[in-house]
Design a protein around this ligand. Sequence first.
Ligand code: AMP
Length: 289
Amino acid sequence: METITEIAALRQTLRQAMREGKTIGLVPTMGAFHEGHLTLMRRARAENDLVVTTLFVNPSQFNDPEDFEKYPRDDARDAALAAAEGVDYLFMPAPKEIYPKEFDTVVVVRALSERLEGASRPGHFNGVSTVVAKLLNIAGADRAYFGEKDWQQLQLVKRMAADLDIPTEIISVPTVREADGLALSSRNVRLTLEQRKAATVLSSALSDTQAIADTGVQDAYQLAAWLRQTIEVQPGAKIDYAVVVDPETLQEVDTIENGALAAVAATFGKVRLIDNRLLIAPLGPGLRR
Ligand code: AMP
């Protein structure tokens, strides 16, 4: 694996590979790799001739300076893990390489960036869409891989790529979880043992919501209320939102008849975690899925 820090150098390398007819898979990350990141890399490895992983803790997507400051960083460990997954190029630019001082552009995906995570973290998604647009333009990859753990981000990136005619195919990868259901996240290492235990409420409440839907409840407000209450009663969990929405637009829905997304965010101590699950309405009696 080769580590590259400059945009021009990455471009030149990838252009040459494209001329040779090689396909390129891009995996954008902020480092502190866990099995979720590695699963994205594995998928990219299986589907492309070359794999590029980007590691950039993007300052413009952190609305909370303490979160940016405390974001886990371990470049040497990350490089070893990426190399072990067969990544060809690790792109690790310095902030000034991505945002030189004359930098003056923001990419805004309007409606999708305002709801849920966007409402709780002002400016967050403008930082995400701007940096992802840059990374997609820099790499010119055939495919780019994003995790469903960050569902809203995934929809926003898909919308942006479609709206701006970015030719890279956006591929979604299912959420990787701990044995007890907790979605893997780089922020999990900041949880105390007690908070770590409490945090399982997010995934268990989401599964239980599907179980309630399985009994025939299709009313989205009823399901969302149940989801919210389940998290609220967990000591140590401070809920931010618990909603049942349209999986693409993330707007509220009345019924899960045609499928819906249950999405939650809560804080455990100072650590804010998110999770989501697609809800499927049960079929009528006698029908099989
Ligand atoms: P991050 O480094 O947190 O920005 O994440 C980089 C990529 O990994 C994003 O596309 C995330 O959605 C994805 N990712 C993070 N956690 C998981 C997980 N538990 N399962 C699958 N993908 C994940």
